[in-house]
Ligand binder design. Structure first.
Ligand code: BG6
Length: 503
C-alpha cells in the first residue's frame, strides 16, 4: 500500500488511562497492519504511572483485552509493540517533567529519523488542557521550524461557553488553529460522513431537503447501558454536555447545513458554523416547554437489574444530573424556517441506536381517504441509521393488491455493509489517520465549538437555577412520557424502533 504520511512521533498524554487502552493504541495498530503508518514512526506514552517501556507495552498490547491482533502473527504484534515507548511523569506540566519528555522525544526523533514532526494527544483530565500546551511551548515543542507540531484535544472541550472560550484562547496562544485537532468521535463514523454524500452526491434528495417538503427532522442516540463505573465523570457532565453539545449537534450539522462549495475542511467547516449560528436560541423562559430532562430510576434493562442513577458509584444521592434529554428547536434560515427539529439521547433506553429520521409532508390532498383509514401522516420517511445496522430505509405508501385503493406503508432498504467486504474503520482509526495527514475536515473548529456551546448554555443555566422539572423514567423505556408531549400539534412523534436482537 502506498504510504504518504510524514515520519512522526505520536505522544499520548494520559497513556496509562482507559482511552489509550480501549481506543487509541488499537486504532494505531489498525493503521500499522493496514500499512498506513510511515516506516519512521514511534508512539510515546506519557503519564504519571511508573512504567517502563516494557510495562507499557504489556498494558496496552499484550495484556490488553481491547487489543485484538485481528489474526496477525505474534511476530507482527511484537514488531508493532517495538514502536511503543513510555515516559513517566510526576506531573504533566512541571518544568522537570516536560524537560524529561522533550529529552526523550529528541532521542526518539534521532533514532527514528522523524524530522521533528510531532502529534501531542491530550487524553488527560480537562484541566490539563490549559497547562500542557504552555509547558510544551517552554520546550519549543509547539512550533518545530524543521517539522510540524499538532495537538489533539479530547472531549469535553469546555464545560460551558465561557470555559470553551478560555480553552480556545489558551491553546491558540501556543498552537495555530490549523494545528489544533478537537476530536469528536462521531465525526469519524462512516455513516455520519455518508450523510454528506447522500445529500450532495445525489440529485434527487436535495430538492426535497427543505421547508417545502420536510415536515420534521428527528435525531435519536439511544443507549441501553447505564452509567456503570463512569458516575464520577458523568455526574459533572450529564446527557446534554456528554452527547448533545458535541456529537448530536455535529450530526445535525451534517443533516442541515447548506451545500459546501467544495469538500474541503475550510468549506465544510464554514457551512457548519453558519448552521450553528442559525439555531434559534432557546431562551431560559422557553426551556421548560422545549427541553425535557430526566434521570433513570431503579429497574431492569435487557442487561439485567440496574440501580437508580443516584445510587450508582460516584454519583451523589441528591444528584440532579440528567441521563436523558429530549428537545425541540428551530433553525432560522431560508431552508429550514418553521421546520421543527427534535433531538433526544439517554442511557438505559431499550436499545443501542443512533438514527436520523426525515419526515416528509403529506400529499396536498388525501384522495384515497375514502378507501382506507390510511392516516396520511408520517408515512413518507427517510430513516438514516448511523449505528448499528448502518444503512438507510425509505418508507412510502403502496397499493394493497385487491379491490379499492387500500394503502400500506412499505420500506426500501440499503445496508451499508453491502458496500464493502472490508471492515469499516473504527472512528478513532479514521480520525487519527486524518490528523497524521494534516487533514482537519473531520475535526471541530474552535468557532463552531463555541457556537454550539452558545446554543446549549441557556438550557444549562435554566437547569442550574432549577427552573425546570427533572423527570424520572424507567430503565428499558424510551424516557419519560413528557418527551412525547414535545410533539403535540405536530402529528407525528418519536420513532421508537423495536428492540433488535442483542449481539
Ligand atoms: C461518549 C460519551 O462520548 O460517547 C459516552 O461520553 C457515550 O457517554 C459514547 O456512551 C457513545 O458513543 P458511541 O460511539 O458508542 O455511540
Amino acid at each position: 500500500m502506498s504510504n504518504s504520511l510524514d515520519p512522526h512521533v505520536l505522544v499520548i498524554f494520559g497513556a496509562s488511562g482507559d482511552l489509550a487502552q480501549r481506543k487509541l493504541v488499537p486504532a494505531v495498530y489498525d493503521l500499522y497492519r493496514g500499512g498506513y503508518l510511515p516506516e519512521k514512526f514511534a508512539l510515546l506514552g506519557a503519564s504519571r504511572t511508573d512504567f517502563t517501556d516494557e510495562d507499557f507495552r504489556k498494558k496496552v498490547v499484550f495484556n490488553n483485552e481491547h487489543f485484538d491482533p485481528k489474526g496477525e502473527s505474534e511476530e507482527v504484534v511484537k514488531k508493532f509493540a517495538e514502536k511503543l515507548f513510555y515516559q513517566d511523569l510526576t506531573s504533566y506540566d512541571g518544568d522537570k517533567d516536560i524537560k524529561a519528555l522533550a529529552k526523550r522525544l529528541k532521542t526518539l526523533d534521532k533514532e527514528f529519523k522523524v524530522g521533528h514532526n510531532y502529534i501531542f494527544y491530550l487524553s488527560t483530565p480537562p484541566k490539563l488542557y490549559h497547562t500542557i500546551p504552555q509547558a510544551l511551548a517552554k520546550e519549543g515543542l509547539n512550533d518545530t521550524p524543521a517539522g510540524w507540531s499538532r495537538i489533539v484535544v479530547e472531549k469535553p472541550f469546555g464545560y460551558d461557553i465561557e470555559s470553551a472560550k478560555e480553552l480556545n484562547e489558551s491553546i491558540q496562544k501556543y498552537f495555530p488553529e490549523n494545528n489544533i485537532y478537537r476530536i469528536d468521535h462521531y465525526l469519524g463514523k462512516e455513516t455520519v460522513q455518508n450523510l454528506l454524500v447522500t445529500r450532495f452526491a445525489n440529485g434527487f434528495f436535495e430538492p426535497l431537503w427543505n421547508r417545502n417538503y420536510v415536515q420534521s427532522v428527528q435525531i435519536t442516540a439511544a443507549e441501553y447501558v447505564d452509567v456503570g463505573s463512569r458516575g464520577g465523570y458523568y455526574d459533572g457532565s450529564g446527557a446534554l454536555r456528554d452527547m448533545v453539545q458535541n456529537h448530536l449537534l455535529q450530526v445535525l450539522a451534517h443533516v442541515a447545513m447548506e451545500p459546501p462549495i467544495r469538500a474541503d475542511a475550510h468549506s465544510i467547516r464554514n457551512e457548519k458554523l453558519k448552521l450553528f449560528q442559525s439555531l434559534r436560541p432557546i431562551t431560559k423562559r422557553d426551556v421548560k416547554d422545549q427541553v425535557i430532562r430526566a434521570q433513570y430510576s431503579a429497574g431492569k434493562t435487557r442487561l439485567g437489574e440496574v440501580v437508580a442513577y443516584r445510587d450508582a458509584p460516584g454519583v451523589p444521592d441528591d444528584s440532579r444530573t440528567e441521563t436523558f434529554v429530549a428537545m425541540k428547536f428551530f433553525i432560522d434560515n431560508w431552508r429550514w424556517a418553521g421546520v421543527p427539529f427534535y433531538v433526544r439521547t439517554g442511557k438505559c433506553l431499550p436499545r443501542k441506536l443512533t438514527e436520523v429520521v426525515i419526515t416528509f409532508k403529506n400529499p396536498p390532498q388525501a384522495i384515497f381517504a375514502d378507501y382506507d383509514d390510511y392516516a396520511i401522516s408520517c408515512d413518507n420517511q427517510l430513516i438514516i441509521r448511523i449505528q448499528p445496522d448502518e444503512g438507510m430505509e425509505m418508507e412510502f405508501g403502496m397499493k394493497v393488491p385487491g379491490e379499492g385503493f387500500r394503502v400500506k406503508t412499505v420500506g426500501m432498504e440499503f445496508n451499508y455493509s453491502d458496500l464493502t467486504k472490508k471492515d469499516v474503520p473504527a472512528a478513532y482509526t479514521r480520525l487519527l489517520l486524518d490528523c497524521m495527514k494534516g487533514e482537519p475536515t473531520l475535526y471541530a473548529r474552535g468557532d463552531s465549538v463555541e457556537a454550539a456551546w452558545e446554543f446549549v448554555d441557556p438550557i444549562l443555566e435554566a437547569w442550574e437555577k432549577n427552573e425546570v422539572p427533572l423527570y424520572s423514567y424507567e430503565p428499558g423505556s424510551w424516557g419519560p412520557l413528557q418527551s412525547d408531549a414535545l410533539w403535540s400539534g405536530e402529528g407525528c412523534g418519536w420513532r421508537n424502533p423495536a428492540k433488535e436482537v442483542l449481539k
